[in-house]
Ligand binder design. Structure first.
Ligand code: 6GU
Length: 251
Protein backbone atom coordinates (compact mmCIF):
# COMPACT_ATOMS: atom_id res chain seq x y z
CA UNK A 1 0.00 0.00 0.00
CA UNK A 2 1.12 3.54 -0.54
CA UNK A 3 0.01 6.88 0.80
CA UNK A 4 -2.89 8.37 -1.11
CA UNK A 5 -4.40 10.86 1.27
CA UNK A 6 -2.98 13.14 3.90
CA UNK A 7 -5.04 15.37 6.22
CA UNK A 8 -3.52 18.14 8.29
CA UNK A 9 -5.23 19.66 11.31
CA UNK A 10 -3.78 23.00 12.38
CA UNK A 11 -4.69 26.44 13.69
CA UNK A 12 -2.42 27.88 10.96
CA UNK A 13 -3.62 26.34 7.68
CA UNK A 14 -2.13 29.30 5.79
CA UNK A 15 1.30 28.29 7.00
CA UNK A 16 1.32 25.48 4.43
CA UNK A 17 0.65 27.78 1.47
CA UNK A 18 4.37 28.28 0.86
CA UNK A 19 5.49 24.64 0.84
CA UNK A 20 2.44 23.65 -1.21
CA UNK A 21 3.02 26.23 -3.90
CA UNK A 22 6.80 26.24 -4.22
CA UNK A 23 8.17 22.78 -3.56
CA UNK A 24 8.23 19.36 -5.15
CA UNK A 25 5.76 18.48 -2.44
CA UNK A 26 3.40 21.04 -3.96
CA UNK A 27 3.99 19.53 -7.36
CA UNK A 28 3.09 16.06 -6.10
CA UNK A 29 -0.17 17.47 -4.77
CA UNK A 30 -0.88 19.47 -7.95
CA UNK A 31 -0.27 16.40 -10.09
CA UNK A 32 -2.65 14.34 -7.99
CA UNK A 33 -0.08 11.94 -6.52
CA UNK A 34 -1.29 12.92 -3.11
CA UNK A 35 -4.72 14.06 -1.94
CA UNK A 36 -3.66 16.59 0.68
CA UNK A 37 -6.37 18.30 2.72
CA UNK A 38 -5.88 21.15 5.15
CA UNK A 39 -8.30 21.64 8.04
CA UNK A 40 -8.55 24.63 10.35
CA UNK A 41 -8.94 23.45 13.93
CA UNK A 42 -10.91 26.61 14.66
CA UNK A 43 -13.70 25.38 12.40
CA UNK A 44 -14.44 22.88 15.16
CA UNK A 45 -14.99 25.39 17.95
CA UNK A 46 -18.31 26.41 19.46
CA UNK A 47 -17.78 29.90 20.84
CA UNK A 48 -17.72 33.33 19.29
CA UNK A 49 -13.98 33.64 19.81
CA UNK A 50 -13.29 30.24 18.26
CA UNK A 51 -11.14 29.26 21.25
CA UNK A 52 -9.02 26.19 20.93
CA UNK A 53 -7.42 26.44 24.37
CA UNK A 54 -8.25 27.07 28.00
CA UNK A 55 -6.48 27.53 31.33
CA UNK A 56 -4.80 24.48 32.88
CA UNK A 57 -6.45 22.53 35.68
CA UNK A 58 -4.13 22.74 38.66
CA UNK A 59 -3.03 26.22 37.69
CA UNK A 60 0.18 27.44 36.20
CA UNK A 61 1.26 29.53 33.26
CA UNK A 62 0.20 29.02 29.67
CA UNK A 63 -2.85 27.54 28.06
CA UNK A 64 -3.84 23.99 27.20
CA UNK A 65 -5.50 22.91 23.96
CA UNK A 66 -9.04 21.67 24.56
CA UNK A 67 -9.79 17.98 24.13
CA UNK A 68 -13.36 18.44 22.91
CA UNK A 69 -12.31 20.56 19.94
CA UNK A 70 -9.60 18.08 18.96
CA UNK A 71 -12.02 15.15 19.30
CA UNK A 72 -14.64 16.77 17.08
CA UNK A 73 -12.03 17.75 14.53
CA UNK A 74 -10.42 14.32 14.40
CA UNK A 75 -13.74 12.54 14.15
CA UNK A 76 -14.84 14.79 11.30
CA UNK A 77 -11.59 14.32 9.40
CA UNK A 78 -11.50 10.55 9.93
CA UNK A 79 -15.10 10.18 8.68
CA UNK A 80 -15.26 12.97 6.10
CA UNK A 81 -17.92 14.84 8.04
CA UNK A 82 -18.57 18.56 8.00
CA UNK A 83 -17.85 20.48 11.20
CA UNK A 84 -21.61 21.06 11.72
CA UNK A 85 -22.12 17.30 11.94
CA UNK A 86 -19.84 16.89 14.94
CA UNK A 87 -19.22 20.18 16.70
CA UNK A 88 -21.06 20.64 19.96
CA UNK A 89 -21.95 17.02 20.35
CA UNK A 90 -22.06 16.13 24.00
CA UNK A 91 -18.84 14.79 25.28
CA UNK A 92 -18.17 12.11 26.35
CA UNK A 93 -20.02 10.58 23.45
CA UNK A 94 -19.95 6.87 22.73
CA UNK A 95 -18.91 7.65 19.19
CA UNK A 96 -16.16 10.05 20.20
CA UNK A 97 -13.48 7.97 18.56
CA UNK A 98 -15.70 6.13 16.13
CA UNK A 99 -14.48 5.66 12.61
CA UNK A 100 -16.87 4.41 9.98
CA UNK A 101 -15.58 1.32 8.24
CA UNK A 102 -12.81 0.27 10.58
CA UNK A 103 -9.92 1.50 12.66
CA UNK A 104 -8.69 5.09 12.72
CA UNK A 105 -6.20 5.99 10.04
CA UNK A 106 -2.66 6.50 11.30
CA UNK A 107 -3.03 9.75 13.26
CA UNK A 108 0.26 11.40 14.13
CA UNK A 109 0.48 14.05 16.82
CA UNK A 110 3.56 16.22 16.37
CA UNK A 111 5.01 16.82 19.81
CA UNK A 112 8.47 17.15 21.39
CA UNK A 113 7.68 14.15 23.55
CA UNK A 114 7.05 11.89 20.56
CA UNK A 115 9.27 9.20 19.17
CA UNK A 116 12.15 10.58 17.13
CA UNK A 117 11.37 10.89 13.42
CA UNK A 118 13.69 8.80 11.25
CA UNK A 119 13.97 7.68 7.63
CA UNK A 120 12.70 4.31 8.81
CA UNK A 121 9.51 5.86 10.22
CA UNK A 122 9.13 7.93 7.02
CA UNK A 123 9.15 4.67 5.01
CA UNK A 124 6.64 3.21 7.41
CA UNK A 125 4.24 6.17 7.08
CA UNK A 126 4.64 6.26 3.29
CA UNK A 127 3.20 2.74 3.24
CA UNK A 128 -0.07 3.80 4.90
CA UNK A 129 -3.05 4.57 2.70
CA UNK A 130 -4.13 7.51 4.86
CA UNK A 131 -2.29 9.71 7.27
CA UNK A 132 -3.66 12.41 9.57
CA UNK A 133 -1.21 14.93 11.04
CA UNK A 134 -2.16 16.87 14.15
CA UNK A 135 -0.25 20.11 14.73
CA UNK A 136 -0.41 21.04 18.36
CA UNK A 137 1.17 23.99 20.02
CA UNK A 138 3.97 23.28 22.39
CA UNK A 139 2.54 24.77 25.57
CA UNK A 140 0.31 21.80 25.91
CA UNK A 141 -2.48 19.64 24.71
CA UNK A 142 -4.97 17.99 27.02
CA UNK A 143 -3.64 14.52 27.82
CA UNK A 144 -6.85 12.89 26.60
CA UNK A 145 -6.03 13.96 23.05
CA UNK A 146 -2.82 11.96 23.32
CA UNK A 147 -4.85 8.99 24.60
CA UNK A 148 -7.98 9.10 22.45
CA UNK A 149 -7.00 10.73 19.17
CA UNK A 150 -3.36 10.04 18.34
CA UNK A 151 -2.16 6.65 17.19
CA UNK A 152 1.43 7.93 17.10
CA UNK A 153 3.41 10.77 18.66
CA UNK A 154 6.39 12.03 16.72
CA UNK A 155 9.16 14.58 17.39
CA UNK A 156 11.59 15.86 14.76
CA UNK A 157 14.45 16.48 17.17
CA UNK A 158 15.63 17.56 20.57
CA UNK A 159 14.68 21.21 20.49
CA UNK A 160 11.42 23.02 21.06
CA UNK A 161 9.28 24.72 18.41
CA UNK A 162 6.22 26.90 18.97
CA UNK A 163 4.01 24.34 17.30
CA UNK A 164 3.82 21.26 15.15
CA UNK A 165 3.48 22.95 11.73
CA UNK A 166 7.18 22.93 10.86
CA UNK A 167 7.50 19.37 12.16
CA UNK A 168 4.49 18.30 10.07
CA UNK A 169 6.11 19.81 7.00
CA UNK A 170 9.28 17.85 7.70
CA UNK A 171 7.28 14.63 7.98
CA UNK A 172 5.27 15.38 4.83
CA UNK A 173 8.37 16.17 2.81
CA UNK A 174 10.25 13.07 3.94
CA UNK A 175 7.22 10.86 3.26
CA UNK A 176 6.12 12.43 -0.03
CA UNK A 177 9.48 12.02 -1.74
CA UNK A 178 9.24 8.26 -1.15
CA UNK A 179 5.94 7.91 -3.00
CA UNK A 180 6.05 6.21 -6.39
CA UNK A 181 5.76 8.64 -9.28
CA UNK A 182 6.71 11.70 -7.28
CA UNK A 183 9.22 13.98 -8.98
CA UNK A 184 12.76 13.28 -7.89
CA UNK A 185 11.95 9.69 -7.09
CA UNK A 186 12.35 8.24 -10.59
CA UNK A 187 15.97 7.24 -9.99
CA UNK A 188 17.01 4.64 -7.49
CA UNK A 189 15.57 5.85 -4.19
CA UNK A 190 18.14 3.56 -2.56
CA UNK A 191 21.14 5.65 -3.63
CA UNK A 192 20.83 8.19 -0.86
CA UNK A 193 21.80 8.92 2.70
CA UNK A 194 20.22 6.60 5.27
CA UNK A 195 18.89 4.15 2.68
CA UNK A 196 21.86 1.95 3.52
CA UNK A 197 22.43 3.55 6.90
CA UNK A 198 25.30 5.71 5.65
CA UNK A 199 25.75 9.39 4.85
CA UNK A 200 26.09 10.15 1.18
CA UNK A 201 29.46 10.27 -0.58
CA UNK A 202 30.80 13.67 -1.78
CA UNK A 203 29.58 15.00 -5.12
CA UNK A 204 31.41 17.03 -7.74
CA UNK A 205 30.43 18.76 -10.98
CA UNK A 206 32.16 21.13 -13.40
CA UNK A 207 34.39 23.04 -13.44
CA UNK A 208 37.17 20.52 -12.80
CA UNK A 209 39.05 23.06 -10.74
CA UNK A 210 37.88 25.93 -8.50
CA UNK A 211 40.27 28.07 -6.42
CA UNK A 212 42.91 25.43 -6.86
CA UNK A 213 40.64 22.64 -5.61
CA UNK A 214 40.47 19.80 -8.09
CA UNK A 215 38.01 16.96 -8.52
CA UNK A 216 39.28 13.59 -7.21
CA UNK A 217 41.02 11.88 -10.09
CA UNK A 218 39.07 8.63 -9.79
CA UNK A 219 35.85 10.43 -10.79
CA UNK A 220 37.30 11.42 -14.16
CA UNK A 221 39.02 8.07 -14.77
CA UNK A 222 36.05 6.43 -16.48
CA UNK A 223 36.55 3.35 -14.26
CA UNK A 224 33.04 2.73 -12.94
CA UNK A 225 34.16 0.02 -10.54
CA UNK A 226 36.80 2.28 -9.05
CA UNK A 227 34.25 5.09 -8.75
CA UNK A 228 31.81 2.81 -6.91
CA UNK A 229 34.51 1.62 -4.52
CA UNK A 230 35.69 5.19 -3.86
CA UNK A 231 32.16 6.39 -3.17
CA UNK A 232 31.46 3.52 -0.79
CA UNK A 233 34.66 4.20 1.15
CA UNK A 234 33.95 7.91 1.30
CA UNK A 235 30.42 7.25 2.57
CA UNK A 236 31.77 4.94 5.24
CA UNK A 237 34.49 7.38 6.26
CA UNK A 238 32.09 10.33 6.44
CA UNK A 239 29.68 8.29 8.52
CA UNK A 240 32.41 7.11 10.87
CA UNK A 241 33.72 10.63 11.48
CA UNK A 242 30.46 12.62 11.44
CA UNK A 243 27.77 10.22 12.59
CA UNK A 244 29.24 7.15 14.29
CA UNK A 245 25.86 6.69 15.99
CA UNK A 246 24.39 5.65 12.62
CA UNK A 247 26.74 2.68 12.45
CA UNK A 248 25.37 1.23 15.70
CA UNK A 249 21.73 1.37 14.67
CA UNK A 250 19.97 -1.10 12.45
CA UNK A 251 17.53 1.11 10.61
CL1 6GU B 1 6.86 17.66 16.68
N1 6GU B 1 6.69 19.92 17.99
C1 6GU B 1 7.22 20.95 18.67
N2 6GU B 1 6.41 21.89 19.14
N3 6GU B 1 8.50 21.06 18.92
C2 6GU B 1 9.28 20.12 18.45
C3 6GU B 1 8.81 19.02 17.73
C4 6GU B 1 7.48 18.97 17.52
N4 6GU B 1 9.84 18.24 17.40
C5 6GU B 1 10.91 18.83 17.90
N5 6GU B 1 10.59 19.96 18.54
Amino acid sequence: MTLRRLDILTIFPGWFDGPLSTSLLGKAVAEGQLDLRLHDLRDFTTDRHRSVDDTPYGGGAGMVMRPDVWLWAAEAVWNDLRPQAVVGRSDPHPDAVHVAGGPRPRTVLLTPRGRPFTQSLARDLAAEERLVLLCGRYEGIDERVHDLVATDEVSIGDYVLFGGEVAATVVIEAVTRLLPGVVGNEDSPTDESFADGLLEYPHYTRPAEVRGRVVPQVLTSGDHGAVATWRRRQAEELTRTRRPDLLDEDE
